[in-house]
Ligand binder design. Sequence first.
Ligand code: SF4
Length: 348
Amino acid sequence: MTQRVLLAEPRGFCAGVEMAIKALTWMVRVFEPPIYCYHEIVHNAAVVGVFERAGVIFVDDISEVPKGSVVMLSAHGSAPEVVGAADTFAAVMVDAVCPLVTKVHHEVKRAAAKGFDILYVGHEGHDEALGAVAQAPDAVTLVDPDRGLDEFVADDPAKVALLAQTTLGMYEWEGVLDDARSRYEAIKTSRKSDLCYATTNRQSAVERLAEDATLILVVGSENSSNTQALVRVARNAGVEAHRIDGPDDIQDEWLDGHETIGVTAGASAPDQRVQSVIDRINPSRGVDLVRVTKEDEYFPLPPALRKLIHTLQALVEGAYACRTPGRPGPVDQDRDWGATEALQLLGV
Ligand code: SF4
């Protein structure tokens, strides 16, 4: 029987996901459905399901969005053509791209403008990689971390830049970085890598869990890159690990013989799911928090949404269920509420 659960801290929602969920919550509270969202707002089946039930239609092709619609673009970042098209035909368009993804887009554009061959380390077909490569498609080569650099030939070995998807495994990034440095002495790369704080913190926490746990369960969806990276980090540390969307995915035999089980969650997984997983494990000696750092990052709502809501504030006040008399609404005090509360507002 399992005696202890070690619960990773930090885990679950990052600042970019918090911002994106709250932004889409505002959209469904302010506008009549349907609201269109280009790509899944975040890569989590439960979160996407909540918004679908609230009237959001997710599309992978911006041309599927009818003219004059209300449109949100996902946290993963979009190609300039997608942003431009949405801006042109949507009645309202809000881009919920995470600022840390935007930072990489700027790096891509700057390096391309200076004539660099850009190696972008990322997973083929992932929404974030699609958006980043599209910033300068003629200058960027997508490098899958599993395949490495063998297929790449630089036009000018002195002008090669190495950038990355924010949600890679640290070991994936470091493997390609070492190889690239050995091939191109003058390689240009970000000072601290493009992996975001949430990615690296969650992976560090998993490494800490792996010191004591013999099984690690990672809550998150199949298409969540950072969730998959957490599973690989755990397995690289020699620990059995499984990705699960929630408690129903746990197979009884997984738990057999494990006195200490580590639990964590990818950056887009709701904490309610984590709590249900702990309930399902039902450890006899309870839960110990394993904290590697305290996160206090906060990203404000997208500027277009802030402007829109300020304009509509007088109309919205009466309808916004989260407001309490005498307390300013979330646009004025956006730090006072979180994505978990936003999802509860939608009836999770
Ligand atoms: S994982 Fe990192 S880059 Fe992605 S949304 Fe969260 S903070 Fe932004």
